[in-house]
Design a protein around this ligand. Structure first.
Ligand SMILES: NC(=O)c1ccc[n+]([C@@H]2O[C@H](COP(=O)([O-])OP(=O)(O)OC[C@H]3O[C@@H](n4cnc5c(N)ncnc54)[C@H](OP(=O)(O)O)[C@@H]3O)[C@@H](O)[C@H]2O)c1
Length: 256
């Protein structure tokens, strides 16, 4: 390895990255990481004000960034997100399907509406967003898709049966797309976080959080920043020989 190859490993300059759910939590940490690695970043979430604030914050970090209000469950929003990205930055190199709906319901009280919403946001949205971005990913020389899944798809997850099933489906989607897109030069991987200190995590009762922390070898919640290294690895040239994989960033301890 020479100096210029080494320096280029995690360099994301001249690349455009879309991060759904990039306005807080893990998504915002990833957006910050991409900006600091030189990328142009588009953050997308439901709330317009949150999108504006996150984009402003990313520009203050020294990057190029915009926010595009997007509801993952609204199919029309997905094409509009890609169109706006291309109009602003000329293409899409990396798509991070990060936003999700953490439906937690005991089985027996499941409603069709809740089930449908979970499907629309956690599976249909990310899948259709990949399809919308596909022509631009095919045109990129550094194309990568990163799907945020969860250790919920690996472990016994009471109350999370539907959310965990959607994440398991996203892992299967990841592998199929990796194989299908290989000739187009698009790598597709997934990142499965363990318990991370975000709004989503803090909605759980403390007893449940303690249980999740107790299931990790490291014995603590992750910070959102601790997801950045793996995300950059999977979507930069540092991960050029990695595709179709799920990397667990779980503090150790998830049975496989
Ligand atoms: N935190 C954990 O412990 C943990 C563990 C395993 C996996 N994960 C996964 O990591 C990802 C990020 O989780 P997080 O903990 O960072 O969540 P979070 O703190 O709740 O943030 C969620 C982000 O997604 C956006 N969002 C929510 N619903 C959306 C929708 N329907 N359309 C568009 N954007 C939407 C939110 O913004 P708006 O409210 O403005 O829409 C926000 O930016 C998710 O896929 C989650 O399943 C998290």
């Amino acid at each position: 390895m020479d100096r210029s190859s080494f320096d280029g490993l995690f360099d994301m300059s001249e690349r455009t990255v879309i991060v759904t759910g990039g306005t807080r939590g893990i998504g915002l940490a990833l957006a910050e990481g991409y900006v600091l690695a030189g990328a142009r970043v588009v953050v997308a979430s439901r709330k317009a004000e949150a999108c504006d604030q996150a984009a402003e914050h990313l520009r203050e970090l020294g990057g190029e960034a915009i926010g595009v209000p997007t509801h993952l469950g609204e199919v029309d929003d997905l094409g509009a997100l890609v169109e706006r990205t291309v109009a602003e930055f000329g293409g899409v190199d990396v798509l991070v399907n990060n936003a999700a709906n953490p439906l937690a319901q005991p089985f027996g009280q499941m409603t069709v509406d809740a089930l449908t919403k979970s499907f629309d946001v956690n599976l249909r949205g990310p899948v259709m967003l990949v399809q919308e971005a596909l022509p631009h990913l095919k045109a990129s020389e550094h194309a990568a898709v990163l799907n945020m899944v969860s250790i919920g798809a690996f472990i016994f997850a009471p109350m999370l049966s539907i959310y965990a099933s959607m994440k398991a489906a996203m892992m299967s989607f990841t592998r199929s797309m990796a194989a299908e897109f290989v000739r187009d030069g698009i790598r597709v991987n997934a990142l499965a976080p363990g318990p991370v200190d975000t709004d989503m995590m803090r909605k759980n009762p403390q007893e449940a959080i303690d249980g999740m922390v107790g299931g990790t070898l490291l014995g603590r919640l992750a910070t959102p920043d601790e997801m950045v290294g793996a995300a950059l690895l999977l979507t930069s040239d540092a991960g050029s020989y990695i595709t179709g994989q799920v990397i667990l960033v779980d503090g150790g301890g998830t049975p496989r």
